[in-house]
Design a protein around this ligand. Sequence first.
Ligand SMILES: [Zn+2]
Length: 245
Amino acid sequence: MFNLEHFGKRPIIAVDPFFGAAMSNRSFAFFLCLFFVGACSASLCETGRKQSPIDIRDSKKQKMPELIFDYHAESLKLANDGHTVRVRFKDAGQLSIGQQHYALQQFHFHTPGGDRIAGEEFPMAAHILHKSTSGQLLAVVVLFRLGAENPLLARVFNRIPERRDGDHVFASEPISAWDLVPKNHGHFRYSGSLTASPCTEGVEWIVLKQPLELSVAQLELYKRKFADNIRGPRALNQRVVLESQ
Ligand SMILES: [Zn+2]
């Protein structure tokens, strides 16, 4: 699976909120497009047929393997990447779905939520990212509605660094992505893409149906630091969204 982070510690055309880098050199990207016309990744964002996010209006209910979240706590490590706050994990467990295992990599946030359910746009979403040993990427989407303060978000948002200055580690602050997972694991599943350039497809998306809550003050705190960072829903095209029973 294509992942720009594999090309070195400092990606040159860096990328997506999905993987953590920031768009840092547009002219270099343009240069690449000139020389690799057919493979110009920027165009996939416009021409791709399996893009994310989507508005989930129709789905096909079926029996699907349970989502087994086997996450555990690790020292909090977070960074302001200029687009969002990103909490990274090194060895903090995995998500298992049937025979497939996906190692937990990181989570980050989007405003608004990106994926919609029956037209409903959520004010925020967390994307929990995973990767299997074969390189398959999988994103779990946790949607938020306004309501009570969220304890995990309080811990993370109060520590957002002022600048894009790399990872900050809080050794005495263990954190687990489990605290981001709603009780009910009912979900939708579809084949999608990175949500920003290069919009690489072949990413598995799992959208949990049960939203969590965050307070107005928490949303405002986040939005004071970051501009909206996700595009609107893309066309479903021929894709079928599966829904767990
Ligand atoms: Zn994301």
